[in-house]
Design a binder for this molecule. Structure first.
Ligand SMILES: [Zn+2]
Length: 63
């Protein structure tokens, strides 16, 4: 039996940013650090608060 790996994808534009950033990872857990790093370096968000975090999680799709 083969397991199908469902990758997760985040596109920054989907949370309303004018930004071409996209990240993919095998799991949401692996994706979050990439998003946090991008938020810090590209959007000057040192931490991600609850409201944007909810938006980000809603924007994460199966790739
Ligand atoms: Zn961005």
């Amino acid at each position: 039996m083969r397991l199908v790996k469902m990758a997760k994808k985040f596109v920054c534009r989907e949370i309303g940013m004018d930004c071409g950033f996209e990240a993919t990872a095998e799991t949401e857990e692996a994706l979050m650090p990439q998003i946090a790093e991008h938020a810090k370096t590209a959007h000057n968000m040192q931490t991600i608060d609850e409201a944007p975090m909810a938006k980000i999680k809603a924007a994460i799709k199966d790739a």
